[in-house]
Design a protein around this ligand. Structure first.
Ligand SMILES: NC(=O)c1ccc[n+]([C@@H]2O[C@H](COP(=O)([O-])OP(=O)(O)OC[C@H]3O[C@@H](n4cnc5c(N)ncnc54)[C@H](OP(=O)(O)O)[C@@H]3O)[C@@H](O)[C@H]2O)c1
Length: 350
């Protein structure tokens, strides 16, 4: 997940030629220099990063907000600080999603050239007009796909795709239950499950029922009025973006041979986050006639290219609730922290 570097940006030392635009030495970025909630995010002038060997410098046209950004902003669960920095965040600019144009290439880069349109997932840096990214996390944006669509897709699209296809092994005609269908991952999950040929039952709150149905869900359960555990339906795959039900309840709605895919879990343990809940669920599934799967999404070219094809084909159209600039990042992250964000919040940092 960590393919971009913005931790300690250094001033660019451009060697201009007729093909390489000169990057400015500083840029405005949404910066968080300490762990905290939205109040630690400020828009500041920072040095422009320079592409190291194996990296490209990307002019960011679009990024988007993800729960991942909230976890690295707050440094919770605390376990995440082993990666993000023990006392202070190593990376001060968040934003793991990126879509933009390559404006410079580092040494040993042959995959991309200046002017290429690219999208992908990186560890951070998207809430700034320029970021450096390792080429391993980027693929070309297919013709006809907008920067906005590409920038909304990487983290949430990869999570939904890997949850449903890699771990859920969803096949056409199977019945998929998506618990938590209205957020970043959920809105991609509904569309990708339909693209894989599944029948989809989606769980969300009242205000999101119409949106989730419009995205293609065959059946929508409003969890404020009904309970999917009591509904009588049985499923081949359960993609759990919430983790608010016991293992016994999840097992009770699964058909023999089904797959339960844990994307998330309760966040009430400040040190370990969902790990204790996930461990208990795994343990309970050992006796079930269904399998347990847990994963952390990671970027790879094949999955990003497949997502690009879905976007180009129109099988997946990112549901964007609003677009914000750098000045809106703090409020947008606060909304993500509420655990009831709706669909995608897009960031256009220029
Ligand atoms: N394993 C991984 O690699 C991976 C990757 C990405 C995200 N995640 C995790 O997956 C979770 C979802 O991520 P996200 O980006 O989609 O978050 P998000 O955009 O913040 O969306 C959260 C959604 O959860 C829904 N929700 C809250 N309580 C619910 C309930 N009781 N029943 C059904 N839905 C409920 C909300 O819909 P309503 O407003 O309708 O309640 C909201 O739309 C997060 O916990 C995140 O940390 C894991």
């Amino acid at each position: 997940m960590n393919a971009c570097s913005t931790a300690a940006p250094t001033s660019v030392e451009p060697t201009p030629d007729e093909h390489t635009p000169v990057a400015p030495s500083t840029m405005r970025a949404a910066v968080a220099r300490s762990y905290g909630t939205a109040e630690v995010v400020a828009v500041e002038e920072v040095p422009t990063p320079a592409a190291a060997s194996g990296e490209v410098l990307v002019s960011v046209e679009a990024s988007s907000l993800n729960a991942l950004d909230w976890h690295f902003l707050t440094g919770t669960p605390y376990l995440i600080r082993l990666v993000g920095g023990l006392r202070h965040p190593r990376r001060v600019i968040h934003g793991a999603d990126v879509a933009g144009t390559v404006v410079a290439v580092g040494a040993d880069v042959t995959a991309f050239e200046v002017g290429d349109r690219v999208f992908g997932e990186c560890g951070g840096g998207g809430f700034a007009p320029l970021l450096t990214a390792k080429v391993g996390g980027l693929v070309p944006i297919p013709s006809g796909v907008t920067f906005e669509a590409a920038g909304a897709t990487p983290v949430a699209g990869l999570t939904a795709l890997q949850g449903l296809r890699t771990h859920g092994a969803t096949t056409p005609g199977e019945h998929v239950l998506i618990n938590g269908a209205a957020g970043s991952v959920g809105t991609f999950s509904v569309q990708i499950a339909k693209a894989l040929g599944a029948e989809v039952t989606a769980v969300c709150s009242t205000r999101n029922v119409d949106m989730v149905a419009r995205l293609g869900a065959d059946h929508v359960v409003d969890y404020t009025a009904d309970d999917f555990v009591e509904g009588g339906a049985r499923f081949d795959v359960m993609l759990d973006n919430v983790g608010n039900r016991s293992a016994a309840e999840c097992i009770s709605v699964l058909r023999p041979g089904a797959r339960y895919v844990a994307v998330s879990g309760p966040k009430d343990n400040r040190w370990l986050g969902p790990i204790p809940h996930v461990a208990r669920t795994w343990f309970a599934f050992r006796r079930a006639d269904a399998t347990f799967h847990q994963f952390t999404a990671s970027p790879n070219h094949a999955d990003l290219e497949f997502l690009g094809e879905l976007l180009a084909h129109g099988s997946v159209v990112p549901e964007i609730q609003r677009t914000i600039g750098l000045d809106g990042v703090a409020d947008g992250l606060a909304e993500i922290g509420s655990a009831h964000a709706r669909a995608k919040i897009l960031v256009t940092p220029t």
